[in-house]
Ligand binder design. Structure first.
Ligand code: COA
Ligand code: AMP
Length: 635
């Protein structure tokens, strides 16, 4: 049966250039494109080649010049500092233009990289937009990463300037960011020319003379900078995400395709219009923050909320209802883990009764699998549609969703509904053949990917091809496994690599194993993601010690936990490890990760035919029980 979703989907697949050219008409171009879809250098597809744009112009100036100057563009809502600050489109444009002037005064020009390591304060969004204004390439690093991760990103992006703040606030704890930044710069081979530091009242960072400049000083007396026209295919940002090793991948986003796709999704996927209030409760350090705290809502002319708080504890599990009712939020986007946290603290939803949330239309969840329990709880208590949607840092926007602005399909628990227009999702087997409906396989997307998805990895075309295109020729590999049913619904089951999702944060167990293996007394190790009621998954580590080590195991565990915290950061939530005599392996020496995971998750498991020594699994079960994971049944 045809409906606006079906029509849009078919048009986007059959005639992508017509479909996206129409969407692109909704934006301002200094010069229109020569080609909508440029496939002259396959498998590198580019969108809107020849076009000249500025993303910041479309996100701010365009609205100021077209009747939205006095509309609120951004609300900074910070329960941790008891602050609410609103910026109209005109005010935000002016602040961004001034900060762009400050960056330019430090020598930043089109194409230069600027690394942003900031807490959730308005200045983070201002810095991102100021880069976009100059045609500089921003790379935002999430605050929960340690100095070592920051250093890796500095080395890869080679920023001319770093923008940071004196501290972040985690509920009541002040986290000094500047010390982490100094440590990272010390470790990195590439050094920035300057660091601009926003001093917050809770912590004053000491500045290094000749390198560091206070934000307030940096903007003093500078002239507002105009938008710099850039090629549609020029990079807007690099966002590093976990790969299958300790080396993160620099996902590149371009200017033209990105702004076209994101603006289109605001109505098609989220069903919001210009003037509506849209809230993504995430962090600017993640792709959700890039796409849906900053760029998407502003390109659309919405009011966006930048929330410096948590779903619980700031001050209680009613925090989300307070924000929705106070700012008249129409759509909220967050990770399921946030709702698990709320449900755990307020299972009967009593705090909801204190707030009028009649303005609220839809809740969107993504970042990890939405467990049906949490989804139903949200539906029952909020009384609005709860929409699971599936995407990745690489894709920049949803691959599968219930497109609320096109057609609202019945919700099927466990499925993020159907492929979004633009995404030709297929399920294939290892031979790259499309499997039968309902069969599980690798979830892939037929090339070309739509605008806004990654065109390549930063300075690493080969890595892009190897990571995403080589395994299934003609397709983009999502590295998720799943299936599609007879109604075209997509089911995302698990990752096919070592990536785990911890509280919606993407992490590599391989990267953690590299760290554990560095401990002088560890001979061998494994890290697995096991089920967790709150965070979805958490990593746990297994350590095999060198022969003859007689030290207290608890001490060694404490040390490796600290090593992961120091090198990856608190965001890894790596808190549990245990010492085992040996790891269960196949006869060819592969660690039986799947089986260990089943034991930990208390699921039935079969003795693998290829196991080297069955006794190792019994030993593993005992070890898991000792750290609080229930012993499972062997079938
Ligand atoms: N800067 C510094 N440290 C940070 C940080 C930041 N921006 N964000 C998190 N951390 C720290 C936390 O303080 C915590 O440290 P701890 O081990 O010392 O306690 C650690 O990193 C883990 O943080 P988190 O995973 O957020 O767990 P939590 O127990 O503090 O909170 C939730 C649990 C569910 C409340 C929280 O994960 C949450 O709000 N999730 C919402 C969903 C979300 O934002 N997802 C992102 C993708 S959409
Ligand atoms: P990230 O790049 O951090 O957004 O993480 C992307 C990964 O998170 C995906 O590859 C999936 O494994 C997982 N993911 C995101 N959204 C969903 C969803 N709605 N359902 C299941 N898994 C999801």
């Amino acid at each position: 049966m045809t409906n606006p979703y079906v029509e849009a989907f078919e048009s986007s697949i059959k005639t992508p250039d017509v479909f996206w050219a129409k969407a692109a008409e909704d934006l301002h171009w200094y010069k229109k494109w020569d080609k909508v879809l440029d496939d002259s250098n396959k498998p590198f597809y580019r969108w809107f080649t020849g076009g000249v744009v500025n993303t910041c112009y479309n996100a701010l100036d365009y609205h100021v010049e077209n009747g939205r100057a006095d509309q609120t563009a951004l609300i900074y809502d910070s329960p941790v500092t008891d602050t609410i600050k609103k910026y109209t489109y005109a005010q935000l444009r002016d602040e961004v233009a001034i900060f762009a002037g400050a960056l330019a005064a430090q020598g930043v020009v089109k194409g230069d990289r600027v690394l942003i390591y900031m807490p959730m304060i308005a200045e983070a969004a201002i810095a991102m937009l100021a880069c976009a204004r100059l045609g500089a390439v921003h790379s935002v690093v999430f605050g929960g990463f340690a100095a070592n991760e920051l250093a890796t990103r500095i080395n890869d992006a080679k920023p001319k300037v770093i923008v940071s703040a004196s501290c972040g606030i985690e509920i009541k704890r002040v986290i000094p960011y500047k010390a982490l930044l100094d440590g990272a710069i010390e470790m990195a081979d590439s050094k920035p020319d300057a660091c601009i530091i926003f001093q917050r009242p809770m912590e004053t960072a000491s500045l290094i003379a000749g390198r560091d400049i206070d934000w307030a000083t940096a903007i003093k007396g500078v002239k507002p900078h105009d938008c710099v026209p850039v090629a549609a295919t020029d990079p807007l940002y690099i966002l590093y995400t976990s790969g299958t090793t300790g080396i993160p991948k620099g996902v590149v986003r371009d200017n033209g395709g990105h702004m076209v796709a994101l603006k289109w999704t605001m109505k098609a996927v989220y069903n919001v219009d210009a003037g509506d209030v849209y809230w993504a409760a995430s962090d600017v350090g993640w792709v959700v923050g890039h796409s849906y705290i900053v760029y998407g809502p502003l390109l659309k002319g919405c009011t966006t909320i930048l929330y410096e708080g948590k779903p619980v504890g700031t001050p209680d599990a009613g925090a989300f209802w307070r924000v929705i009712s106070q700012h008249k939020v129409k759509a909220l986007f967050t990770a399921p883990t946030a709702f698990r946290a709320i449900k755990r603290e307020d299972p009967e939803g009593k705090l909801l009764k204190d707030y009028d949330i009649s303005c609220f239309a839809t809740l969107f969840l993504a970042g990890e699998r939405s467990d049906p329990d949490t989804l139903k709880w949200a539906e029952t208590h909020i009384g609005v549609p709860v929409i699971d949607h599936w995407w990745q840092t690489e894709t920049g926007w949803a691959i599968a969703a219930n497109c609320m602005g096109l057609h609202h399909y019945p919700v099927v628990y466990g499925s993020p509904t159907k492929p979004v227009p633009g995404w030709n999702v297929q399920v294939v087997n290892p031979e790259n053949e499309v499997v039968k409906t309902g069969d599980i396989g690798a979830l892939v997307v037929k090339l070309p990917l739509p605008p806004g998805s990654l065109p390549t990895l930063w300075n690493n075309d080969d890595g892009f091809v190897k990571s995403y295109l080589d395994e299934f020729p003609g397709y983009y590999k999502t590295a998720d496994a799943g299936y599609m049913d007879e109604n075209g619904y997509v089911y995302v089951m698990s990752r096919t690599d070592d990536i785990i999702n911890v509280a919606g944060h993407r992490l590599s167990t391989g990267a953690m194993e590299e760290i554990l293996a560095d401990h002088p007394q560890v001979a061998e190790c494994a890290v697995l993601g096991v089920a967790d009621d709150l965070k979805g998954q958490v990593p746990i580590g297994f350590l095999v010690l060198n022969a003859g080590v007689t030290r207290d195991h608890k001490e060694i565990v404490k040390e490796v936990v600290q090593m992961v915290r120091d090198r990856i950061g608190p965001v890894a939530s790596f808190k549990t490890a245990t010492v085992v005599k040996r790891l269960p392996k196949t006869r060819s020496g592969k660690i039986l990760r799947g089986t260990i995971q089943k034991i930990a998750d208390n699921k039935e498991y079969k003795l693998p035919a290829t196991i080297d020594d069955p006794a190792t699994l019994d030993e593993m079960a005992v070890a898991l029980t000792s750290i609080g994971y229930a012993k499972a049944k062997k079938s």
